[in-house]
Design a protein around this ligand. Structure first.
Ligand code: 6PG
Length: 473
């Protein structure tokens, strides 16, 4: 008997994905560079389904039915290229390689192009949901050719999370589209986590609430419109007491946030595309700042404001600010996906992305069904902010939002995520932006020209002449 699909790279994610496939009745070939892992998987979980263990790449490839489907679950970067180089020569036209790692979409575009020349489908696939998701149902974002999705889609959809019976998996678009969307998912994940951290900080150091009490606030928020996996685990973390010291767990963790790079890539790519994703950018910068001990140590002696007393209902304002800022961060992320889809001709269906993020992934939330509905109402909306539901929520939230941002400043508690989201909201709303002044300055010092509000064309003012005549450029 042959396997319908194979997984190589059996660290936690690969192992759990293989088990998920086997548990759904798919015979799965398994391979790892060091065979001990393969053996351990079969010994421990062999009873869960049909596993075909292979010691060598040749044996692995032989054990697969054709066209072959190989999922590689190794570290993004050089390791991925090495595994591709090892397996590609053993494959035949029509076979498929699925890369389930967090690859950079430009790498995926290159790999897809190279393998396409050899007749092999390369399917860069975003997989979200961590270890637990890989085992019990992740959100899956496959790119690559439509033909490859015909052969892979049913398999992937069978192991994906389901929301109201709908699998959290769809063909995102060609070549690097899947990995691009996964990258933005992670960027949004960063923004979401930063906003939650700011809300926590305000309740902790603004209102002076202990972590266990804040856990209760998050639990109550999780019963409302903010219901999401990240809010839920935040409550769990805040309620946890460190067994060794008896202190709140959050107080014994070093306050320096790390990152593996997907958030940074999101911002780098957004800069190239010219899409403002300030919410994600502030989240990446907040992590970098937290991880700069020398800088922080040096600045610690700078004076802060004198304290003032806050009312308990400030917590409700924080909830409003959190929800409003979240709307902005997601709107920005979706705009980035739209821009890349236009740039690369991917034809990504934004509503479908919201749909497959409703379950399985780290940012899963009730909120994503709202986004799905917004795109269903207007698939080409320039921004989610103007959707009736979101516009209404922003309108209702804005007074609280402004209070929170200004009080944070008065308290000396940094809320870059809330503040940048509010600035974005106000900038988009503005009738006139001071960008007009920026343009005039550019023309003054560099003759970079400007357009006028009252006439077509491009103009330059001869600033060096006493009467400053204007010339059409
Ligand atoms: C997911 C996550 C995952 C990511 C971690 C860590 O969707 O399951 O996004 O893919 O690797 O969240 O990311 P950082 O180390 O950069 O925080």
């Amino acid at each position: 008997k042959k396997a319908v699909i194979g997984v190589t790279g059996l660290a936690t994610m690969g192992r759990n994905l293989a088990r998920n496939l086997a548990r759904h009745g798919h015979a799965v070939a398994v391979h790892n560079r060091t065979p001990a892992r393969t053996k351990a998987l079969v010994t421990e979980y062999g009873h869960e389904g049909v596993f075909l263990p292979a010691e060598t790449p040749e044996e692995f490839v032989r054990s697969l039915e054709r066209p072959r489907r190989i999922v590689i679950m190794v570290k993004a970067g050089a390791a991925t290229d090495a595994v591709i180089q090892e397996f590609a020569p053993l494959l035949e036209p029509g076979d498929m390689i699925v890369d389930g790692g967090n690859a950079h979409f430009e790498d995926t575009r290159r790999r897809e192009r190279e393998l396409r020349e050899r007749g092999i489908h390369f399917v860069g696939t975003g997989i979200s949901g961590g270890e637990e998701g890989a085992l019990n149902g992740p959100s899956i974002m496959p790119g690559g050719s439509p033909e490859s999705y015909e052969a892979l889609g049913p398999l992937l959809e069978s192991i994906a999370a389901k929301v109201e019976g709908v699998p959290c998996c769809t063909h995102v678009g060609p070549d690097g589209a899947g990995h691009f969307v996964k990258m933005v998912h992670n960027g949004i994940e960063y923004a979401d986590m930063q906003l939650i951290a700011e809300a926590y900080d305000l309740l902790r150091h603004g209102l002076g609430m202990p972590p266990a009490e804040i856990a209760e606030v998050f639990r109550s928020w999780n019963n409302g419109r903010l219901e999401s996996y990240l809010i839920e685990i935040t409550a769990e973390v805040l309620a946890h007491t460190d067994p060794a010291t008896g202190r709140p767990f959050v107080d014994v963790v070093v306050d320096q946030a790390e990152q593996k790079g997907t958030g940074r890539w999101t911002v780098q790519t957004a800069l190239d595309l010219g899409v403002p994703v300030s919410g994600i950018a502030e989240a990446v910068f907040a992590r970098s700042l937290s991880g700069s001990p020398r800088l922080r140590e040096a600045a610690r002696r700078l004076p802060g404001p004198s304290r003032f007393k806050l009312e308990q209902r400030f917590a409700d304002d924080v909830e409003q600010a959190l929800y409003a800022s979240k709307i902005v961060a997601y709107a920005q992320g979706f705009n980035q996906i739209q821009a890349a889809s236009d740039e690369y001709g991917w034809g990504i269906d934004l509503g479908a992305m919201a749909t497959i993020w409703r379950g399985g992934c780290i940012i899963r939330a009730r909120f994503l069904d709202r986004i799905r509905a917004a795109y269903a109402a207007d698939p080409r909306t320039p921004t989610l902010l103007t959707d009736d539901h979101f516009a209404g929520a922003l309108g209702d939230a804005q007074d609280s939002w402004r209070t929170v941002v200004s009080i944070s400043a008065q308290l000396g508690i940094p809320t870059p995520g809330f503040a940048t989201a509010l600035a974005y909201y106000d900038a988009l709303r503005a009738e006139r932006l001071p960008a007009a002044l920026t343009q005039a300055q550019r023309d003054f010092f560099g003759a970079h020209t400007y357009r006028r509000v009252d006439r077509e064309g491009s103009f330059h003012t001869r600033w060096e002449l006493p009467d400053r005549p204007e010339v059409g450029a």
